[in-house]
Write a protein that binds this ligand. Structure first.
Ligand code: BMA
Length: 343
């Protein structure tokens, strides 16, 4: 019997097309030898596309991840958002007595400046950070959260004169001692002090999640509100080996929602089905953790095409596209989320 049989099949939305060139970035294209290249942040900056991607080290042939090695962040540029020139060296690695690694970057361009949101594993928990950079060589850190929090994504504009971010704290005690993680929104006057936090989307609001959810790519502005992806995780404890790992029981899909333009803690439209579910061979087979779609970049082009970048199977980086009107329609058809006293 297939180890996948207990999973309810999930399908991607018909309005989304996977890029024929997928995966658009794979380990063999990176000259400093990672075994996995995934979960990238992507933006248009100074006339070209820029990608900051996660590199994890290990041995794809023996299917081993090296626990002693750390992760670094790579850098690539592109003229078309599909074909990438990978730069010869990683752009950031953070590893010292306290910090284990920095990973899962997201990119936002705001007021002409590039901002990088990132997760940091430390000896005292997982922190979420925001940095800015002029040259993608040095990064100025504006804030680092308390543990445990990550998956921060910064909006590309201030809302009501405050910087805004989505984030995903990990409340274990308060949510029954297991993963029941939700998407929150916080704002800041200066990118350093974050507060006025509000719940945006609970894991129980997402039909295709039974475990946890988290923000995907930084939102893009549409005339109907802020369009943004999220990841949604469902677990099947029966599931056995499904990747290099001895046991990988989770599946990650991408969802999409529309947030109110002036109060982005309010959901004005939530597509009730997955936007992207693992279906293509590079998503379901041969990776470190199969059946993982982890969206981290979204670009709205002038002609209405939306580029959705996602890490696939924690091993390669992929691209899918859709028209912005179709995505907005999916969300609006799903309806708004009415939450009583959600904070
Ligand atoms: C999450 C993060 C992501 C990763 C995902 C699937 O907890 O670590 O970076 O893509 O798991 O392994």
């Amino acid at each position: 019997m297939s180890t996948k049989s207990a999973f309810v099949p999930l399908r991607s939305a018909p309005v989304v097309r996977r890029c024929a060139d997928n995966p658009i970035l794979a380990p063999h294209q990176v000259p400093y030898g990672p075994a996995m290249v995934f979960n990238a942040g992507v933006a248009k900056y100074e006339g070209r596309y820029v990608m900051v991607f996660r590199n994890d080290y290990g041995d794809a042939l023996t299917e081993r991840v090296d626990p002693a090695s750390t992760t670094n962040l790579g850098l690539a540029f592109s003229k078309d958002g599909i074909h990438w020139d990978v730069q010869p060296k990683p752009c950031w690695q953070w590893h010292d007595e306290e910090v284990v690694r920095v990973y899962d970057p997201r990119l936002t361009v705001m007021e002409g400046k590039a901002y990088l949101c990132f997760a940091v594993d430390t000896r005292h928990g997982v922190r979420g950070g925001i940095a800015s950079t002029e040259d993608f060589e040095t990064f100025d850190i504006h804030s680092l959260s308390t543990p445990d929090n990550r998956n921060m994504v910064l909006f590309p504009e201030k809302v009501n004169d405050r910087y805004v971010r989505l984030e995903r704290p990990m409340p274990v005690y308060g949510r029954g001692g297991r993963d029941r993680f939700d998407i929150w929104l916080s704002s800041s006057p200066d990118l350093a002090d974050w507060g006025q936090s509000a719940l945006v989307l609970g894991v129980e609001d997402v039909r295709f999640a039974n475990d946890k959810i988290g923000p995907g790519a930084p939102p893009v502005r549409t005339k109907h509100g802020w369009l943004t992806t999220f990841h949604a995780v469902d677990i099947d404890p029966q599931r056995g080996k499904n990747g290099w790992e001895a046991s990988w029981t989770k599946r990650y899909s991408a969802g999409i929602m529309l947030l109110d333009a002036d109060d982005p803690s309010r959901i004005v439209g939530l597509y009730r089905e997955p936007l992207l579910a693992p279906e293509a061979p590079y998503e379901t087979d041969g990776g470190f953790r199969n059946d993982v779609i982890f969206p981290g970049g979204m670009i709205l082009e002038d002609d209405g095409e939306v580029k959705i970048y996602y890490g696939s199977a924690d091993t390669v980086e992929c691209l899918a596209t859709a028209h912005v009107d179709d995505l907005v329609q999916l969300c609006l058809q799903g309806g708004k989320l009415d939450r009583q006293g959600g904070g």
